[in-house]
Ligand binder design. Structure first.
Ligand code: ACO
Length: 322
């Protein structure tokens, strides 16, 4: 049986840091409110001219270095993003050009905050069937460009960044299972209601900002993360107490804590980075993973559970022997 194994991780956060206190100057909010309701302390914001592919490439290079591979070894590139450099070609194709490689499939996946887990699902299946041997899987977002900086209900929640992994075919167990779902009936609860629409005016980007019913999203996220965890563990006959690390989508500390509680996991076994970079959508799980791999908390052989939830709604999980 061929498995796919995480051979390397990488991440990138833009240099500019905007702390909660900085936001107090431009909107009616407070550091205290943001920390208490979300757990967020600061976020990184891309510089003018810095793109989704710039950040993705930086994260990818780190992951390649850890995996000790050259770009020519990569035979699949998938990028999860809702903020691509261009409508087309895909950011994955742009990464392919910038890595100087040719011919392998490269495409983006748009599943909002579940984008990385969706990308991992597809890459894992490509490797298991023998269609690919070395996949570069990235989540990268410049959410600051689709954030309404005058809306305190959303502006305090989001940030920019990228995370990446190299997945390699292996005889040793790596990704044990992935699970992905969506339910489009919730389209309007979390969306950027701009696009080509139905008129002949072309693309409408003015005012293309994230709109969200925060309370409804919160409730649904907590319930759904509980059900995806149960599905994942039951599907593999694994007890919740066997999980070494929960690496959830980093949207809100209260959502993360509720997900941990459902698994009976103490917060010592949950990787939390939302305080440092806020919600970076598809980048958040690989950013958190990279942090805990590089600081030595996550060790080879441990059992990891990734959980994601995002607009659509979309949701998913991955159970991984690291
Ligand atoms: N600063 C200060 N006060 C604020 C702010 C702010 N930034 N935002 C809202 N408030 C006020 C509200 O106006 C409200 O005031 P009122 O009582 O006078 O009307 C009060 O705070 C409470 O507002 P609620 O919306 O009830 O606050 P809540 O505790 O639900 O927290 C939040 C809001 C943080 C948005 C929460 O609902 C949440 O986290 N939702 C999920 C958001 C999320 O994670 N989205 C992304 C997940 S999926 C994805 O990643 C795409």
């Amino acid at each position: 049986m061929t498995y796919s194994r995480i051979a390397g991780t990488g991440a990138y956060l833009p240099e500019k840091v905007v702390a909660n206190k900085d936001l107090e100057k431009s909107m009616e909010t407070s550091d205290e409110w943001i920390r208490e309701r979300t757990g967020i302390c600061r976020r990184h914001i891309a510089a003018d001219g810095e793109t989704c592919s710039d950040m993705a490439l930086a994260a990818a290079r780190q992951a390649m270095e850890m995996a000790e591979i050259e770009a020519t070894a990569i035979d699949l590139i998938i990028v999860g993003t809702v903020t691509p450099d261009k409508l087309f070609p895909s950011t994955a194709c742009i990464i392919q050009r910038r890595l100087g490689i040719h011919g392998c499939p490269a495409f983006d996946i748009q599943a909002a905050c579940s984008g990385f887990v969706y990308a991992l699902d597809v890459a894992n299946r490509q490797i298991q069937t023998g269609a690919a041997t070395t996949a570069l899987v990235i989540g990268s977002e410049v959410l600051s460009r689709i954030t309404d900086w005058e809306d305190r209900g959303t502006a305090v929640l989001f940030g920019d960044g990228a995370g990446a992994v190299i997945l390699q075919a292996s005889d040793e167990q790596g990704i044990i299972s992935t699970h992905i779902h969506s339910d489009g009936q919730y389209e309007d609860l979390l969306h950027v209601p701009q696009g080509f629409g139905t008129s002949s005016d072309g693309l409408r980007t003015e005012g293309a900002f994230i709109q969200m019913d925060g309370n409804a999203v919160f409730r649904r996220a907590v319930a759904t993360l509980g059900s995806i965890a149960r599905e994942t563990l039951a599907g593999n006959g694994i007890d919740k107490h066997d999980i070494d690390w929960l690496i959830p989508h980093q949207a809100n500390l209260r959502i993360i804590s509720a997900a941990a509680k459902k698994l009976d996991l103490s917060m010592d076994h949950v990787v939390v980075t939302v305080d440092e970079h806020a919600n970076t959508s598809s980048a958040s799980i690989p950013l958190a993973l990279n942090t805990a791999v590089r600081d030595g908390r996550i060790q080879r052989g441990q059992l990891l559970l990734f959980e994601a939830f995002g607009a659509g709604f979309t949701w998913g999980s991955a159970l991984i022997r690291f």
